[in-house]
Design a binder for this molecule. Structure first.
Ligand SMILES: *Cc1c(COP(=O)(O)O)cnc(C)c1O
Length: 382
């Protein structure tokens, strides 16, 4: 592939992805560890991440949309693939033909999936989502009770597991966690013989009482801290291997005198003579405009990694950095600047943007040159 000097590079380390999956799986040896690949594997590319996890032994995957599941089936012909939103209305025949397993969250979805099973004259796989306090997806108490009281509603559906989703799993002491765990235990007793699935990445860190049969980690696989930003001993122990490294390239460097301004709105006023580097990444590439005046980047100079602040607003295709702390030879045009990873902690950058690592990852743009590294990339044209 032609490499242009100004193009930003998004490197995705599939070995680190696999290491993170193995690490989370090892925390719950009695459970099966699935992989969450929704939103194109949190922006990293489900067609690469899925097969890498499969080669490591992951046999079960979750996505949000029916279309995501149908796409994933093309690269994971033998995996269990679950659709968190349930079957898209009208897509039931396609879902059944592709051997996908929808997570049923409403009485209507249960009825539609049972009807499809009747039409085909064979049992169809599915899971059941029961809400335990999130009030987002899942059967309500009354709906779940109605299904438990009348199992004929599930006729033709080969139920694999029941699941629920934690609202506050990053907070070890939040009383929502034991409350949801206990409500889930009560529902599992009403659906005897089915496996249970409760935890996302952060939930795995809540301990064995939360693990159940199937773990559902997403964000931790992709290298962000499952517990979010922070530097407590608990956070340090939950640090994952870095998967994503985004590097922009310097286009120009200019000297700016005291009193001059940088960027749109002229809101950034230079206080002492400075050198400003312009980098070819902007909000159209998913580099959040909310990082204006708040984010930072790292440049590797001869004295080691140097953290440099954003100067002025993030614009569509460009950002400007105050590189006065670096020797001019260390920030010539073409120099790579780490914007995520490579010394820029993704959770810290997300906090600076007043969002979370999930949003930074899933907004990663499409103009980057993507490079997949690691043995997981073998044979996939990387
Ligand atoms: C996204 C999602 C997960 C994964 O959560 P992480 O916090 O990314 O580990 C698990 N379960 C459900 C239902 C989800 O929607």
């Amino acid at each position: 592939m032609t490499e242009f000097g100004d193009q930003a590079i998004l490197s995705i380390d599939l070995d680190a992805l696999v290491a993170n999956w193995r690490r989370l799986a090892a925390m719950a040896p009695g459970s099966e560890c699935a992989g969450i690949l929704k939103a194109d594997a949190y922006g990293t590319g489900a067609a690469m991440a899925g097969p890498a996890l499969w080669r490591a032994g992951c046999r079960r995957f979750f996505v949000a949309h029916t279309t995501e599941a149908l796409d994933l089936r093309k690269v994971l012909p033998d995996a269990a693939i679950h659709i968190l939103h349930g079957p898209a209305p009208g897509a039931e025949p396609d879902i059944a033909a592709a051997g996908l397993s929808p997570v049923l969250s409403t009485p209507g979805q249960i009825a539609a999936w049972a009807a499809e099973a009747r039409r085909l004259g064979r049992a169809l796989p599915a899971a059941l989502h029961i809400d335990t306090g999130m009030n987002r997806l899942g059967l309500t108490d009354a709906e779940a009770a109605a299904v438990a009281d009348d199992p004929s509603r599930l006729e033709g559906i080969a139920l694999d597991f029941v699941m629920t989703h934690l609202a506050c799993a990053e907070e070890a002491d939040n009383p929502h966690n034991p409350a949801q765990r206990d409500r889930f235990a009560a529902w599992r007793a009403r659906f005897p013989g089915l496996k249970g699935s409760l935890t996302n990445s952060a939930g795995i860190f809540l301990g064995t009482g939360y693990h159940h049969d199937i773990l559902r980690p997403g964000i931790g696989l992709y290298g962000a801290n499952p517990l979010g930003p922070g530097d407590t001993p608990r956070h340090r122990a939950a640090r994952m291997s870095e998967v994503v490294h985004l590097q922009g390239k310097i286009l120009q460097v200019r000297s700016v005198d005291r009193g001059q301004t940088v960027g749109y709105g002229a809101g950034y006023i230079v206080e002492k003579p400075s050198r400003i580097a312009t980098v070819a990444v902007g909000y159209a590439d998913g580099f959040s405009r909310a990082l204006s005046g708040r984010g930072s980047a790292v440049i590797r100079g001869r004295q080691g990694h140097v953290r440099v602040p954003l100067a002025g607003r993030v614009s569509m295709d460009l950002i400007t950095l105050d590189v006065s702390a670096l020797a001019p030879e260390d920030c010539l045009p073409g120099t790579a600047v780490s914007l995520l990873g490579g010394g820029v902690d993704i959770d810290d950058q997300a906090e600076a943007a007043r969002t979370n690592a999930y949003e930074l990852l899933t907004q990663l743009g499409h103009r980057y040159r993507r490079i997949y590294a690691g043995t997981g990339a073998t044979g996939a044209g990387a």
